[in-house]
Ligand binder design. Sequence first.
Ligand code: SF4
Ligand code: SF4
Length: 486
Amino acid sequence: MSAPVEQHDPETQHLASREVDWRDFREHLATADKDGSRRWIYAKQPAGQWYRWRTWMSWVLIGTMFTGPFVRINGNPLLMFNIVERRFSILGHIFWPEDGIIFAVAMLTFFAGIMVFTSAFGRLWCGWTCPQTIMMEMVFRKLEYLIEGDAHQQRALAAAPWTLQKAARKLFKHAVFFALSFLIGNTLLSYIIGSDQLLHIIRDDPLNHLTGLGFMVLFTLVFYAIFARFREQACTFICPYGRFQSALLDENTMVVAYDHKRGEKRAPWKRDQRLELRLAEAKGDCVDCHQCVSVCPTGIDIRNGVQMECVNCTACIDACDSVMDKIGRPRGLIRYASLNGIEHGQPLRYTNRMKLYTVILSGLITLFAFLVLTRADVQAIFLRAPGALFQQAAEGRISNLYTVKIINKTHGTLPIQFRLEGIEGKVVTLGAQDFIVPGDKLAQTSVLVEIDPKLLPRATTPLSIGVYANNKHIETVKTAFIGPGH
Ligand code: SF4
Ligand code: SF4
């Protein structure tokens, strides 16, 4: 028999000694006392294979997150969501407000993806990829362990009277948290306004960028408040995903679950206890050591069943696996499983509901791919100059003035020409023969359209204008031409 499990671990003693009423866990939050005041969670540092895999995953995602706005593809950011100018860059491709339909389909695809993913894999997103969980558990909490020690040391420090040493340690921790929050705040800003603009704000006279600096301070304070104080409450109180998961999960969804059939009836492991005797007494594998509770960053007890607060972080799997190793029982008392898997031993299933979601998602992905692949390289918008009707031009022709906006969605510079279609006349680009539009930019000019009045039977004539780039037809724009009429 392996070494007995330590029943007096300083990390869990406060939990084991707590009088637990198993029926009242749904009556109040794990992070609040019965009177409603905050109960601070001192989560023990997890250790084990799942924590290792999550750590590796987190480094990849953190690297992507911090470098995303600075990496360039075709001169454009890898990722940029410029809400202010309504300009988005994904994998170096610029998307404009005029690509609104693509954006709408992308959003629908995203939400359908969440539905499929959540109904099949539960909150895998929360535990493995959510920026909040990753930054909290893999960065801020790890720094906290380094500065203040593991959970019982943190708890002791919090309870200790204020001394110079305690103040210095707390001050140092919060200074580090604030600096990190500043870094995260600036990264978020660079996703919104672009990294070039962010660097410009940093280098230029601060008085020229009071709004930008204001947002830098605001984002820093918000992130500091979240990671230093708010913490797991962001997942339980604010995040809508956690709230609507109850509508998406069913008994076939994969979740982090406690195998109550194997674990109950729980009972502490007595020193020198023989396994055969324990089994003969109909005791389960759970030795009621509270290790799974002590590592939980949201403070819940997974043995109470699936709970909204559970972010599927796998810390309790690692904790319990190490206990099972010590008592010589198979790992997986807490594991990824569906409720049907626990109750009836069924393997994970691809249900009809998941199939329906998958069909919807596939349709949306196909539509999205079609829209992106058939997206016009150049988009032209013709607007009649405000307030202008028509003018008398040379040789008796009638002219109309238009404002033209051209969006060049390619990465190269394009010379643009305009030609009338279906009617004789001239198109004069004001200022230059060719209208040059740089790659990934929007440019504006004015054009005069001149038509012989004999060709205008009515006061308003529908007009088609061909838009050409490098003399290649791009699109035909419909507008109206105002004349004197007959
Ligand atoms: S489920 Fe595992 S870690 Fe949790 S109390 Fe039981 S034995 Fe301990
Ligand atoms: S119950 Fe387990 S998986 Fe869920 S949040 Fe707590 S430690 Fe993470």
